[in-house]
Design a protein around this ligand. Structure first.
Ligand code: CMP
Length: 142
């Protein structure tokens, strides 16, 4: 067994559209466990720090503005191969390319307002989880 943890964010557009429950329910239905969860409104500094790897990209300022435009739900998902399974459930970053039935196909509005964020690797997951959660906030089984 390869039990992993990964970070998921329900983005402001999906919170605004009342899709938190649909998204959390989907993760649970797919067998991923919620090991931690909180709803927050990110400050500009916190959003910039989270997306620091994209700092030089043309979309960085707009992405930070969007991610601070309303509350988000931060979650740690736990389960076997959680990083890859979460990415499959989310679908492609650009909803135009996302497969039918994926979260982004169902709930995204655009490439930026693409409903959910998920860690892209185990190394990113470790960084992203520790960016938002203290160790004592993790309530997983493993
Ligand atoms: P996310 O998984 O949150 O990681 C970075 C985000 O940048 C991505 O989802 C998109 O919402 C957003 N983004 C905006 N423009 C682009 C782009 N051209 N390529 C990749 N990501 C983009």
């Amino acid at each position: 067994m390869s039990i992993e943890r990964t970070l998921s964010i329900v983005k402001p557009n999906a919170v605004e559209d009342n899709n938190i429950g649909n998204i959390v329910g989907r993760f649970e239905k797919e067998g991923l466990r919620i090991a931690a969860m909180k709803m927050v409104k990110l400050s500009k500094e916190r959003a910039e720090g989270f997306y620091i790897e994209h700092k030089s990209r043309s979309f960085f300022t707009s992405l930070v503005t969007f991610m601070t435009s309303g509350p988000v739900v931060l979650m740690v998902l736990e389960g076997e191969k959680a990083v890859e399974r979460n990415r499959t459930i989310m679908g492609s970053t650009n909803p135009a390319d996302a497969a039918n039935g994926t979260l982004r196909k169902l709930y995204a509005k655009s490439l930026e307002a693409n409903a959910v964020h998920g860690s892209d690797s185990l190394a990113s997951a470790e960084r992203e989880i520790s960016y938002f959660f203290d160790k004592n906030e993790l309530c997983g089984r493993f």
